[in-house]
Design a protein around this ligand. Structure first.
Ligand code: SAH
Ligand code: AVI
Length: 326
């Protein structure tokens, strides 16, 4: 790729493997078995996620996209950022909506993308570079919970993006920690943070979004077992597990689990570990928290941020918050 693209990986293959081994051992020997949701995103998982964004039940992506289309001119022309940092950008499709709205502005922009899945980042960057000659791309291939210190210092007005309600995949303590780090990425009073949040709504709609009729979310959920098999030389049979997703109202989150049809004895050879998963238990693979304006405001304030604007679609399904340093 051209000199306009630079990628920095902050973990070695050996380190990544060690972390996966530690996470799998810890998660699958706990009384409530768990796997961290960041492991969904291997090449197949990222493709399955892209497919999820197109199933009719998954309203999140299309609703946020519409909101961003409306907001983009205001955000881009008012803020005129020259330094855009995006966490969990994936293929950077939504970033394009913002870049398209720079109508007339041709100042160079540096785009810093932070994501664990390198091939997806690279493919997204290639498309951006081809279409936006004013752009430089700096890819931080890593974990946004561990590697934000490697985001380079701003080159001018900065806009940080965290879209898609990916923040909802973090538990409250991890979420607060991440927001505090985002706050430290904002250096100047005019720097801003754009945050996409899925909102609390009718349980039927929420549950349908995670139980699509075409079964793509089921395939996405089961794929994490393929990632584990590859990572620790395991023999999970993903098809032996049911996909279970429901709204936990008390915690305001969708929970995704994998529940075996019958008891499964699984060898995790690289860990020297044999485990049994019985039909009375589950492997909890993901939480997707849903927000209200009040809760979003409180979490931003808790991280030293001020909620400046709150944009919601007409059905009040999804919100894009604009936050500033407090
Ligand atoms: N922002 C895009 C993609 C959302 S999918 C959208 O709104 O459609 C979630 C993305 O976050 C994936 O690309 C995944 O690889 C990335 N991701 C998940 N956990 C991560 C972590 N801990 N660190 C870095 N990237 C992560
Ligand atoms: C990436 N993240 C915001 C998605 C979500 O809705 O929480 C991941 C996902 N899980 C199941 N479907 C989509």
């Amino acid at each position: 790729m051209t000199m306009r693209y630079r990628a920095y990986a902050y973990t070695t293959e050996a380190d990544r493997r060690q972390r996966l081994e530690d996470d799998v051992r810890r998660g699958l020997t706990a009384s409530q078995k768990t796997l961290p949701s960041k492991y969904f995103y291997d090449a197949i998982g990222s493709k399955l996620f892209e497919e999820i964004t197109r199933v009719p039940e998954y309203y999140l992506t299309r609703t946020e996209t519409k909101l961003l289309e409306t907001l983009a001119p205001e955000v881009m022309l008012e803020l005129a950022p020259v330094d855009i940092v995006e966490l969990g950008a994936g293929s950077s499709t939504k970033t394009r909506l913002l870049l398209d709205a720079r109508d007339g502005l041709r100042d160079p922009v540096r785009y810093v993308t932070v994501d664990v899945d390198e091939p997806t980042v690279e493919a997204g960057a290639a498309r951006l570079l081809a279409d936006y000659p004013f752009l430089d791309v700096h890819a931080v291939v890593g974990d946004f919970e561990r590697h934000l210190e490697h985001v380079p210092s701003p080159v001018g007005r900065r806009l940080v993006l965290f879209l898609g309600s990916t923040i909802g995949n973090l538990d409250p303590p991890a979420r607060q920690q991440l927001l505090a780090q985002v706050r430290s990425l904002l250096r100047a009073p005019q720097d801003r943070f754009l945050l996409g949040l899925d909102l609390v709504k009718d349980k039927v709609l929420l549950e349908a979004a995670y139980n699509d009729a075409s079964g793509v979310t089921r395939a996405f959920n089961r794929n994490i077992l393929e990632v584990v098999n590859r990572g620790v030389d395991g023999d999970f049979r993903p098809e032996a597990f049911r996909h279970v997703a429901f709204f936990n109202e008390a915690e305001s989150r969708i929970e995704m689990h994998l529940v075996p049809e019958s008891a499964q004895d699984v060898k995790l050879r690289r860990l020297g570990l044999d485990i049994r998963v019985s039909p009375e238990e589950s492997i909890w693979t993901e939480s997707c928290y849903k927000f209200t304006r009040g809760r979003a405001q409180a979490m931003l304030v808790g991280a030293g941020l001020r909620l400046e604007r709150w944009h919601v679609d007409p059905d009040a399904y999804f919100a894009v918050a604009v936050a500033a340093p407090a």
